[in-house]
Design a protein around this ligand. Structure first.
Ligand code: ACM
Length: 519
């Protein structure tokens, strides 16, 4: 018996060493999140060496930037010194090739094809966004330690085969509430990098609420000078100058992430009301607010100055927002009568459209007359979202019971709330936007967004505890066809991402539902 277990141990070690020496050879056993649409393994491996470079086809600043993004991710850990070069001839073996090829309709705007042979890695896509998403797949095919910012040991090998991959939904987003607690520019950028890693493409910033106004508006300076100076619990708050906001937008663009700014109204406006008395029904400003109640504030919907204010805010915001949407909030306006709410939201939609943008709003806005292209974000009431569908609007799926990242995992969770539900990792993953509400069909849905409200969190590390490990699941719901998604299989892939979270210094909740690697 003793001998037999020695033999088994020897065999296991031999298998381990040969795996280390030869690298992975079965592409279909890799743990990519979101799961690709199709994977065809060919049973060999490709190894990167210090001779490997990244070649781009054609002199294009955008391709150069995508290639450099990959080089910058791989060089610190591998030490291989990958350079980005323009290809002039057929590439020599041992390299990575990135090329646009506009003739693969199935791949659409964001899809890619990754072909790995033992001689080279070839990534093609119709559009740069597809190449960028394909690069995230290459990162995930390498060992987790590739994500480290310090030097790591090789070998750097990738299983061979072909992956063809493209998303189910065009909108795969996350929302960050920077109003209840302020998050620094660098924290927002770090989150953008994390979203990009999981092929998500929208970051919705909740920029104004009762507790704080977080974006500089030059024509109404007290919004930030006064209204931005606190947060939940009475901390110092903060705000983004327009230059800082533009820097975030540019950083996001380089990662194929669209920033959608939200100015919540007519409720959730105490910070604005505290800054400017004329916006109040009474003409008097309330105190700044640092609690977490909702529903007590409203703009004066009957006053013309309110619409001058909104026009100025939207004009300035639209001018620095290249993305197509401005989010107008519209939720929980419990201090605004429905008779006032409806004409208010109708007028605000016109203001947004007059500045060349489309409207997004929480599901309550479907109680008004929606303008063409307005999108309804379903968070609470299916009947509202259905009213949106009946008006021909598209729905963004953020049901609080399934997709709110600030909901606690269970009653022992350190951060978060549970007014909508406890959401363990399986529950976060195990739903399908296209069947959740029978009246809301796949063709009515623009995509999914996981929202993170910040009553209980004030820095990125705390946010990450709520974001991880649920975010990769939301990314997969948005990208991978429902027919390919199974919790029992997914949880095995997710387990392998624990090492990646660690290599990326991400603070995650080690859910007991997942068998994390013990390293
Ligand atoms: C919301 O959670 N009040 C949209």
């Amino acid at each position: 018996m003793k001998n037999q277990s020695r033999i088994w141990a020897f065999l296991a070690l031999t298998a381990l060493f040969s795996q280390m020496a030869c690298g992975p050879t079965n592409l279909s056993k890799e743990n990519i999140i979101p799961k690709p649409v199709s994977t065809t393994p060919t049973g060999d491996s490709f190894g990167m060496t210090d001779q490997t470079n990244i070649y781009i086809q054609g002199e294009s600043a955008e391709l150069q930037q995508i290639g450099q993004f990959l080089a910058d991710k791989l060089n610190p850990s591998t030490g291989l010194g990958l350079d980005v070069k323009v290809i002039t001839d057929t590439p020599t073996p041992g390299n990575i090739l990135l090329a646009l090829s506009e003739n693969d309709p199935e791949l659409g705007e964001e899809g890619y094809e990754l072909t790995i042979t033992n001689e080279m890695i070839k990534l093609t896509a119709n559009k740069p966004a597809g190449l960028f998403h394909g690069i995230q797949t290459i990162r995930q095919l390498l060992p987790a330690r590739v994500e480290s910012t310090s030097a790591e040991r090789g070998p750097w090998k990738i299983a061979t085969g072909t992956i063809r991959d493209y998303p189910v939904y065009a909108y795969r987003g996350a929302m960050l509430d920077v109003a209840r607690h302020f998050f620094e520019v660098d924290e927002v950028k770090a989150y953008i990098d994390q979203l990009a890693y999981y092929k998500m493409n929208v970051l919705h910033l909740h920029l104004a609420d009762d507790q704080g106004w977080r974006i500089e508006i030059k024509s109404w300076p007290r919004l930030t000078e006064y209204g931005g100076k606190t947060e939940v619990g009475g901390g110092v708050g903060g705000f983004y100058t327009q230059a800082e906001y533009s820097d975030i937008v540019k950083y996001a663009q380089q990662r194929y992430v669209t920033i959608i700014p939200e100015i919540d109204m007519p409720g959730h406006t105490n910070a604005a009301l505290a800054s400017y008395p004329e916006l109040n029904i009474s003409g008097k400003s309330p105190e700044l607010y640092t609690g977490i109640e909702v529903g007590f504030s409203t703009l004066a919907t009957h006053k013309e100055v309110t619409y001058k204010f909104i026009d100025d805010v939207i004009r300035e915001l639209a001018a620095i927002t290249p993305g197509p949407y401005i989010h107008i909030g519209g939720d929980e306006s419990h201090s605004t009568s429905i008779e006032d709410y409806i004409p208010f939201v109708n007028r605000v939609q016109d203001i947004v459209i007059s500045h060349g943008k489309k409207v997004l709003g929480w599901d309550e806005i479907a109680l008004t007359t929606l303008k063409p292209n307005t999108v309804v974000q379903y968070w609470a009431k299916a009947e509202n979202a259905i009213k949106g569908v009946e008006q021909g609007a598209k729905v963004l799926m953020s049901p609080a019971k399934n997709a709110y990242l600030d909901m606690q995992y269970d009653s022992t969770s350190t951060y978060g709330l549970h007014w909508a539900a406890y959401i363990e990792v399986d529950k976060a993953y195990n739903w399908d936007p296209a069947t959740l509400v029978p009246e809301i069909k796949k063709e009515n849905i623009i995509g999914i967004e996981a929202a993170l409200w910040s009553e209980t969190i004030s820095k990125l590390e705390e946010a990450e505890y709520l974001i991880y490990p649920r975010l990769p699941g939301y990314a997969e719901i948005g990208w991978t066809p429902a027919s390919l998604r199974k919790w029992d299989e997914y949880k095995g892939r997710l387990a392998r991402h624990g090492e990646r979270f660690k290599a990326m210094n991400i603070n995650f909740y080690p859910s007991k539902l997942v068998k994390w690697d013990k390293k």
